[in-house]
Design a protein around this ligand. Structure first.
Ligand code: AGP
Length: 608
């Protein structure tokens, strides 16, 4: 997920572009650039790093022009660097392109263009677009862009300028958001409303397969096949801050609601049309896998909680012992690492110091390291042998949400791939998990519609001083994540316990009204969980239970129940965590906490 902007008018464009990009940095912030058309040339300035790097580098430069495009990046193809930053141009520099999205058939197009003598300078998928437009260019930019997008497969929001068409800016949308801002004697494009709200509240929202030709006094809208279209102007009534959060009160809530898309974006590139898992990300062979006699899954915080599902799935379907540990303990503990060890490190930021140290320790001892991370070009992604990216997009809120669910999906895919290579999984189990994965995005969407139910539950507990989370097996692991979410944003003391362990001491803390969140969605452990719920109810606990649809009998025991749709036990955590995230969110809001920037915490812990 990147941010793009564009402007055509009478004002000097550079400042307008950078201000717009500043409002889009939540979409990506690892590199940025602008292209300005003036004095009969396209001037491109682009740098690795936050927008401030770009601003510093051009502040003493006179980049004059009244047409331009800009980009702030969230790397997918090619790690953050000056040359991989956008805009990308054709070899003569007469055409410049900014792009948000992923071109799936870029390698094929690149080879075809290279055979025709085109030279590529970056590792990006986007650069093929500027060369492809050049290839189709016969003087009319609109025609060339139309022909180029006809060759593209994937997702793209594009902004294109060309020195030979100095009176127009061309924009195209397919599977990536793009709006057109309607001004007085000037017009804008942007990935999202915050970028242009300072200048106009009148926008056209482009749909897939639509393009806009912007001139300073005119906007032409058409399908990418050239068919003219009419659109209503949408008048925005949000303030800028609200707009950055997409109208949500907090980035955390926005990111909770982005999970259906994040899960789909993480899953779809790895499941082919024959409904088979195909991981190009991990090149481990059967010989290498057969040599592996121990797997470590190492991470911190929420990422560690996701790793716990990896342990269960790899042990069950790959039949290799797995040690899942928090990195800060692992790196100073007794480790059994050698060349027959596989380590999987999990990290949203890819920069967490303890996890990075664990990776380096493993590599020193000859182990193979796979990284599951959300940031292209992060240190962990650069030092691992294989990298599996969670395509969750930038996660701004300190409390990790969409990274967790995409990590669960990623670890399930990795476990399935390893089991398939080793031939240790039955066709039935394989298709059971894959069918379960394919349903998750929609099921998460349906669970988000139960927000009001969760809000009601939050009203019952937000004044509590102590809250307990209980579960068994995989449910205990997601209960730990639920407890962490509530702790870190509401500052309530929470503890997650294996439900069967309560009676060995902790149940002494349960008294009249003590809130207990009970996760009871493992079918083979359900009856056991119901008895554990009865145990705490007998001591006066107020129980909020999570159960699968069809287990309505639990209402006889629990005070309130949130049901999750039918899903195989192994994947329940992806669904269970949704009401747990919302519960933590609403309790924190009701306590007036700074949800996105909780005290004492940082989004990426780069110190030991
Ligand atoms: C989770 O909400 C926290 N922000 C924190 O526990 C986090 O999961 C941990 O610091 C690991 O971060 P990473 O995934 O970026 O390595």
């Amino acid at each position: 997920m990147c941010g793009i902007v564009g402007y055509i008018g009478n004002r000097n464009v550079a400042e307008i572009l950078i201000e717009g990009l500043e409002k889009l940095e939540y979409r990506g912030y690892d590199s940025a650039g602008i292209a300005v058309l003036g004095n009969d040339e396209v001037k491109v300035k682009k740098y690795k790093g936050r927008l401030s790097v770009l601003r510093e580098n051009i502040q003493n430069e006179d980049i004059n022009g009244t047409i331009g495009i800009g980009h702030t990046r969230w790397a997918t193809h090619g790690e953050p660097s000056d040359v991989n930053s956008h805009p990308h141009t054709n070899s003569t520099g007469s055409i410049a392109v900014v792009h948000n999205g992923i071109i799936e058939n870029y390698m094929k197009i690149k080879q075809q263009l290279q055979e025709k003598g085109y030279k590529f300078v970056s590792e990006t998928d986007t650069e093929v677009i500027s060369h492809l437009i050049d290839y189709h260019f016969e003087g009319d930019l609109v025609e060339a862009v139309k022909k180029a997008v006809a060759d593209l497969e994937g997702a793209y929001a594009l902004g294109v300028i060309n020195k030979d068409n100095p009176d127009r800016l061309v924009a195209v949308r397919k599977d990536s958001p793009l709006i057109v801002g309607v001004g007085e004697g000037e017009n804008f494009i942007a990935s999202d409303i915050p970028a242009i709200l300072k200048h106009t509240r009148k926008v056209y929202i482009l749909e897939d397969g639509e393009m806009a030709i912007l001139e300073k006094d005119k906007i032409e809208l058409m399908k990418t096949d050239g068919t003219p279209i009419k659109k209503d102007v949408y008048v925005v009534n949000w303030d800028v801050e609200a707009a950055e959060k997409g109208g949500y009160d907090h980035f955390m809530l926005k990111e909770i609601y982005e999970q259906p898309k994040a899960i789909r974006d993480t899953l779809s590139p790895r499941v082919n049309n024959e409904n088979e898992i195909r991981l190009d990300d991990i090149s481990i062979t059967k010989e290498e896998l057969d040599r592996i006699n121990r797997v470590y899954i190492i991470a911190c915080g929420t990422a560690y909680h996701a790793g716990l599902l990896g342990k269960i799935l790899i042990e069950k379907y790959v039949n290799v012992p797995v040690i899942a540990d928090v990195a800060s303990e692992f790196r100073y503990g007794n480790t059994f690492i050698d060349e027959n060890t596989l380590m999987i490190v999990v990290s949203q930021s890819g920069e967490t110091a303890d996890t990075l140290a664990a990776l380096r320790l493993a590599k020193e001892k000859g182990a193979r390291v796979i990284a599951v991370t959300n940031v292209v070009g992060s240190t962990i992604s650069r030092e691992a042998d294989d990298v599996f990216y969670t395509w969750a997009g930038p996660e701004i809120a300190v409390a990790s949400t969409k990274a967790y669910t995409t990590q669960l999906v990623s670890l399930a895919l990795i476990a399935m791939q390893m089991a398939t290579i080793k031939g240790t999984i039955t066709e039935e189990d394989y298709s059971g998990i894959l069918n379960g994965l394919n349903k998750l995005s929609k099921q998460v969407k349906s669970l988000l519609e139960k927000e009001d139910l969760v809000k009601e539950a939050a009203k019952e507990i937000y004044n509590a001083e102590h809250i307990f989370y209980i579960g068994r097996g995989i449910d205990y692991d997601v209960a730990r994540e639920g407890a962490l979410k509530l702790k870190e944003i509401s500052y309530i003391h929470c503890e997650a316990m294996p439900a069967g362990e309560l009676k060995h001491g902790t149940i002494a803390l349960i008294e009249e009204g003590t809130p207990v969140i009970a996760v009871a969605t493992q079918e083979h452990l359900y009856e056991k969980m119901v008895s554990n719920i009865k145990e705490v109810k007998a001591r006066g606990a107020y129980v909020i239970a999570l159960a699968k649809e069809g287990n309505e009998d639990i209402e006889e025991t629990a005070d309130s129940v949130i049901y999750i749709p039918e899903v195989i036990d192994e994947l329940t955590s992806v669904l269970n965590v949704i009401p747990l995230q919302l519960l933590a969110y609403y309790v924190a809001v009701m306590r007036g906490c700074d949800v996105d920037k909780p005290r004492n915490l940082a989004k990426s812990v780069t110190v030991e």
